[in-house]
Design a binder for this molecule. Structure first.
Ligand SMILES: NC(=O)C1=CN([C@@H]2O[C@H](COP(=O)(O)OP(=O)(O)OC[C@H]3O[C@@H](n4cnc5c(N)ncnc54)[C@H](OP(=O)(O)O)[C@@H]3O)[C@@H](O)[C@H]2O)C=CC1
Ligand SMILES: O=C(O)C1=N[C@H](C(=O)O)C[C@H](O)C1
Length: 266
């Protein structure tokens, strides 16, 4: 079987650079190009802290797709560009694996439709860490019995989107089993706007941003005389690479959008 040819968008980023290191270690993966909005014309190896790989860097993603033959685009950029890159990849027949978070519901639907029209696989995974996927699944299970839920996600202060993609996905999974329910006292008032967090069907999401954090989430459930907390911590970005690798492998045989790594795990 031939190698999987991969383009990485966002190669200098915290996730993108980790993905390059993961790709370098796989015999069946080949980095064929990178898309960056800086450093066009250089090769990956010309950037000091990146792996010693020959792959060229393109500033224009369309030019990259026109000149480089690829199977998969791994996008680890920003919400704005992640969405544009995903659409363009599908237009050029390249399967996107998207870690970038912050897509709206409408954008997800559009990508789903495009994947179906083109019969091309797409993986959009709000969290590639296996432990995070389990935390979300356990939370969905718990919510069946504990409908009072508060999600507290904590991230580094360079994060652009709030709430995190993981918190959004967790709330969506919980919504599948939890009826709409207003939590707290019926007459509760916020004397400072935002004090009770964001609201999803009455369940609350709180986003904490601080230097020093990586990616952490607690899902707290409360009931009569007891509480249950399900917690996950990514202490480094290597934690996400098992999921990136699996997604690249699996996307090749998909013809639809898969939203969430849980749908790829056996
Ligand atoms: N699904 C998952 O498991 C995970 C998802 N994420 C998500 O991945 C994304 C990236 O996160 P992270 O690596 O921490 O962020 P970083 O800010 O470290 O990296 C993003 C990179 O993308 C670059 N970039 C910005 N615009 C473009 C563009 N138009 N084309 C190409 N590159 C561009 C940035 O360059 P510059 O800085 O020069 O602007 C930067 O190097 C985020 O959306 C984050 O939420 C993060 C961790 C895990
Ligand atoms: O920006 C991050 O760092 C992360 N983003 C993802 C999210 O929004 O959930 C995944 C993980 O939490 C790290």
């Amino acid at each position: 079987m031939s190698n999987t040819k991969i383009i990485v968008a966002g190669p200098r980023g915290k996730m993108g650079s980790e993905a390059l290191r993961m790709i370098e270690k796989q015999d069946h993966f080949e980095l064929v190009a990178c898309v960056d909005h800086k450093n066009g014309g250089l090769a990956v190896k010309d950037i000091e802290y990146l792996p010693n790989l020959d792959a060229p860097i393109y500033e224009d993603i369309e030019q990259c797709f026109q000149e480089v033959e690829a199977d998969v685009l791994v996008d680890l950029t920003t919400p704005e560009f992640g969405y544009k890159h995903t659409r363009l990849a599908l237009e050029y027949g390249v399967r996107p694996v998207v870690g970038t978070t912050g897509f709206t519901k409408e954008q997800l639907s559009e990508v789903e439709q495009m994947a179906e029209d083109k019969q091309l696989g797409v993986v959009i995974a709000p969290n590639f860490a296996i432990g995070a996927v389990l935390m979300m699944q356990f939370s969905k299970w718990a919510a069946k019995y504990f409908p009072d839920v508060e999600i507290i996600e904590r991230h580094h202060d360079n994060k652009l989107d709030a709430p995190s993609g993981t918190a959004v996905k967790t709330s969506e999974l919980i919504q599948e089993v939890r009826d709409q329910k207003k939590q707290g006292h019926p007459d509760e008032q916020e004397t400072l706007e935002g004090a009770r967090g964001a609201d999803v069907d009455g369940m609350k999401i709180h986003s904490v941003r601080l230097p020093g954090l990586v990616a952490h989430q607690e899902v707290m459930f409360g009931s009569t005389g007891e509480t249950l907390t399900i917690k996950h911590d990514s202490i480094n970005r290597e934690s996400f690479m098992t999921g990136v690798k699996l997604s690249v492998e699996k996307v090749l045989s998909l013809q639809v959008l898969v939203y969430g790594l849980e749908n790829l795990l056996e």
